[in-house]
Design a protein around this ligand. Structure first.
Ligand SMILES: [Zn+2]
Length: 387
């Protein structure tokens, strides 16, 4: 009898809601989930985002898009290269194109390349436009090395960020590529899932206020591939964070922040990442690190040995910043304790002439979650001396 009265769609909906409420308020269906965007939402994104059923994940494309829109202002699609056939690649490109709304949710087409002749290293590649009609895989001859990938990205308006560089099975040989990497492989995951890919230990200089300690969250790791080794080899890298999610809905473990983005279009965010104007964090920690007019990720020369740095860190809602650490050439040279939502200050480091130095900040929250600004790459040229 009741079902006959429910031919009207409106009555049906009302009846359904009432039935659900009567059943104890268990609304097992839901309207589209629209969490109120936080002020900083547009800052944060993820490139190595969520794997779907196209490769080794469990979400549908629609579920991935819903999750990414809920947590981030920008993102890229990802799935494993050889698991994605031509038709699925077209579907991934469509997913990005149909859901991209510049400035609201900026969405890049991308996938995860695995270099068969690059030690199994993996790279999230993504494109400033709708992406090439066909992709190359890391098992394809000519595209199985970093240099092969770089050449292809150059021709297809793409760039790549190196994934989990210290993970056993995917460890990066930072000396194995030469060509134009700075423009086409400008970034690396400092954080993947919940693992820190920096190094096996955090090294502290005398008087810095810290003691050397082991990596609190190592992956099953080959540290020759760690981010520190890349920087020590003179690679200029920006830091990004990879969620690399394979499961059902959940709270992200990784956020990549944009420092002074050019704008919030695909082009603007793409070029901001290429310029290394990014930070990597485990929570929605906002980081601002600069020296004069230069910001995180910039490479520059100056004619004085002292680098003056201004930092300003804001903890995620409900948390405070407990510590900031200044890294010079991979070693902590200063630790400052804080107990405030918004921690800021200045610091000075003196650098030797004649070579490039890398300088960045780590911020630690009261819950132990961390963020890392992309390094500034600074050279001290002694005035009137040939450099
Ligand atoms: Zn992945």
């Amino acid at each position: 009898m009741i079902t006959h009265q429910m031919v009207d769609a409106g009555k049906f909906a009302l009846g359904f809601v009432a039935a659900a409420l009567l059943a104890g308020g268990l609304l097992f269906f839901s309207w589209p989930l629209e969490s109120p965007p936080a002020d900083d939402r547009a800052l944060f994104g993820v490139l190595h985002s969520v794997h779907t059923r196209f490769s080794d994940g469990v979400m549908s494309q629609a579920q991935r898009v819903g999750e990414l829109k809920r947590h981030y202002g920008w993102a890229a699609t990802v799935d494993h290269d050889v698991r994605v056939d031509d038709g699925e690649w077209t579907a991934l490109r469509d997913e990005a194109r149909k859901n991209n709304v510049d400035g609201v949710f900026t969405y890049f087409p991308g996938y995860e390349w695995k270099g068969a002749a690059a030690g199994g290293s993996e790279v999230t590649v993504f494109f400033v436009d709708d992406g090439p009609q066909s992709k190359v895989d890391g098992v394809d001859p000519g595209y199985d090395t970093f240099d092969g990938l770089i050449g292809w990205l150059k021709e297809n308006n793409g760039i790549g960020c190196v994934n989990h560089p210290a993970r056993a099975g995917n460890a990066v040989d930072w000396g194995s590529f030469e060509s134009d990497y700075e423009h086409y492989l400008p970034c690396v995951e400092m954080l993947n899932k919940v693992y820190y890919h920096w190094n096996d230990f955090w090294n502290c200089s005398a008087g810095s206020g810290c003691a050397t300690y082991r990596n609190p969250r190592p992956d099953g790791s080959v540290w020759a591939g760690g981010v520190l080794r890349g920087l020590e080899r003179g690679r200029r890298l920006g830091f990004v964070a990879g969620w690399d999610h394979h499961g059902i809905q959940g709270t992200p473990t990784a956020y990549t922040g944009l420092a002074n983005p050019y704008n919030r279009s695909r082009e603007g965010i793409f070029e901001t990442i290429r310029a290394r104007h990014t930070w990597a964090a485990e929570a929605r920690i906002v980081m601002d690190v600069r020296s004069g007019t230069k910001i995180m990720g910039d490479a520059f020369a100056q004619d004085a040995p002292t680098v003056r740095i201004v930092y300003n860190m804001t903890a995620e809602a409900g948390h405070i910043i407990s510590e900031t650490s200044l890294f010079l050439d991979g070693v902590i040279v200063n630790v400052t304790k804080h107990s405030t939502k918004n921690a800021y200050g200045t610091s000075e480091v003196t650098v030797a002439p004649g070579r490039e130095h890398f300088i960045f900040y780590e911020a630690v929250e009261d819950d132990g979650k961390r963020g890392w600004s992309s390094p500034m790459y600074v050279t001290y040229h002694v005035p009137d001396s040939p450099a």
